[in-house]
Design a protein around this ligand. Structure first.
Ligand SMILES: [Zn+2]
Length: 174
């Protein structure tokens, strides 16, 4: 999927962790980092430049980097990097959201959510997020505008939560 949905959900998760008394800059920084972390699993696409082909291998797109295990992994890395417990959990949830959301998008192979326990690729029975290029019929391409508008509609609730006015988020301590 295009990255709008991942950015929106990462920012919405971070928005939920905002506290009433923290400076605005800190809240926005958390949202920015969470949005970046939420898009990070797609860095596996860069491996194509190193000869990794599409397929069911862990290094292929939507493989290991899209497993739910990336959530606890990102949280631990954030804690080691000096983030507090709350922010670590926030970044972990943001990272984990990526693979789960990708199951909602049309794809040929699905997402290796349970790696390393299983290489099975998961896909939701209903995929509201459109793919730009469909495997069938033979790589039919959709206009970008079509894909982006659909994504904005599907993720409108996340965009609304992320942009919600006022200082405190849903899960932040009072
Ligand atoms: Zn992805």
């Amino acid at each position: 999927m295009a990255t709008i949905g991942h950015i929106a959900v990462g920012a919405a998760i971070a928005r939920g962790f905002a506290t009433a008394h923290e400076p605005r800059g800190r809240r926005l920084r958390r949202m920015l980092i969470a949005a970046m972390v939420a898009t990070l699993p797609d860095a596996d696409l860069a491996l194509r430049a190193f000869g990794v082909r599409a397929g069911d291998e862990p290094l292929a797109h939507r493989g290991a980097s899209h497993s739910v295990i990336i959530g606890p992994g990102a949280a631990v890395i954030a804690w080691f990097a000096g983030a507090g417990v709350q922010d670590g959990v926030c970044y972990g949830l943001s990272a984990m959201s990526h693979g789960l959301l990708d199951t909602l998008s049309q794809s040929e192979r699905g997402v290796a959510l349970a790696w390393p326990l299983s290489r099975r690729r998961f896909i939701s029975p209903y995929q509201p997020v459109l793919a730009r290029a469909l495997p069938q019929p033979a790589l039919q391409r959709r206009p970008w505008a079509h894909v982006i508008v659909r994504e904005l509609v599907v993720f409108a609730p996340a965009i609304a939560i992320a942009a919600w006015p006022g200082p405190r988020g849903l899960f932040g301590p009072r």
